[in-house]
Design a protein around this ligand. Structure first.
Ligand code: CP
Ligand code: NVA
Length: 308
């Protein structure tokens, strides 16, 4: 039997750390925060943010979510803390978890994040690693649910790099029963282990497709999704990736292949005229800014559950 209390004190390092029921519960709670002015008070609770990479949405939406719960947050910049001088994660994590009630970490490797979780006595949340962006996927599926109400029979097509955002969408799609198609250039397919795990979770053999043909992938899709071609940490690959990803842009021609009521999502920040055109960013099909707003509602619900 599903018991929401089991979410308390849990880590959220991967989309796979939640069951389908837990994700559904968090998304329903998020809707209650958003539309019904639900109030849950976590006065005196403190969220610690450790961000080794830049962020606008994740950082601010976490801070806003924590304030809305009546708590507060401490934003730790590695450059002005001892983290930047190389203090060990196992020491930092043990110290921070004595001051804070929950930690949100944005870092490079998933193993660094796991090291924080190993040593922290408080829940640790993945605020993006090179491998996954599970908080983003929560907000994405909240946006999709708001639009379509039912997830059954939906097709989500991600056009771009088989990256952290794609991995979390694949995992969440597998858990929630949404067909996911990935269209990427040859050599940029998602990690084979991610595909294997997702197929084990969702044993419908048609649930997941990976192709190098964006038009084929977009056909009849309900959601077209993209992200930057070069992620943070890949700055030195930008020139070659820009060439390799030519043709993997969400533009009007691609949108026309999708379902007539299709929506367009982008986790942001966006590079207009690279992975998405300015026209599509400004088109009535875009739900990109609802999606960005939903980061806050979804994370408020996540924090409320983990802090219970
Ligand atoms: N989508 C997202 O995570 O944005 P930020 O990098 O601004 O946090
Ligand atoms: N894939 C991107 C997502 C940014 C929110 C990156 O990791 O830079």
């Amino acid at each position: 039997m599903f018991n929401p209390k089991k979410l308390a004190k849990k880590n959220f390092l991967s989309s796979l750390d939640m069951s389908r029921e837990e994700i559904d519960y968090i998304l329903e709670l998020a809707k209650n925060f958003k539309y019904n002015n639900l109030e849950i008070n976590y006065k005196n609770k403190i969220l610690g943010l450790v961000f080794d990479k830049a962020s606008t949405r994740t950082r601010v939406s976490f801070q806003a979510a924590m304030s809305r719960l009546g708590g507060s947050s401490i934003d730790l910049n590695p450059l002005t803390s001892q983290i930047g001088r190389g203090e060990l994660i196992k020491d930092t994590a043990r110290v921070l978890s004595r001051y804070c009630d929950v930690l949100a970490i944005r870092t490079f490797s998933q193993s660094n994040l796991e090291e924080y979780a190993k040593w922290s006595t408080k829940p640790v949340i993945n605020a993006l690693t090179d491998f996954e962006h599970p908080c983003q996927a929560l907000a994405d599926f909240l946006t999709i649910k708001e639009e379509f109400h039912e997830l059954k029979n939906l097709v989500l097509t991600f056009v771009g790099d088989g990256n952290n955002v794609a991995n979390s969408l694949i995992f969440c799609g597998a858990l929630l029963g949404v067909e996911v198609r990935i269209a990427c250039p040859k050599g940029y397919e998602p990690n084979a282990l991610v595909l294997k795990k997702a197929m084990e979770i969702n044993n419908n053999k048609d649930f997941l497709k990976v192709t190098n043909n964006p038009i084929e992938a977009a056909l009849g899709s309900n959601i077209l999704y993209t992200d930057v071609w070069s992620s943070m940490g890949e700055e030195n690959q930008k020139e070659s990736k820009d060439k390799d990803f030519d043709g993997f842009c969400i533009n009007h021609d691609l949108l026309r292949k999708a379902d007539k009521n299709a929506i367009v999502l982008h986790c942001l920040p966006a590079y207009r005229s690279k992975e998405i055109t300015d026209e599509i960013m400004e088109s009535p099909n875009n739900r990109i800014f609802e999606q960005a707003e939903n980061r806050m509602h979804a994370q408020q619900a996540l924090l409320a559950c983990l802090l219970k």
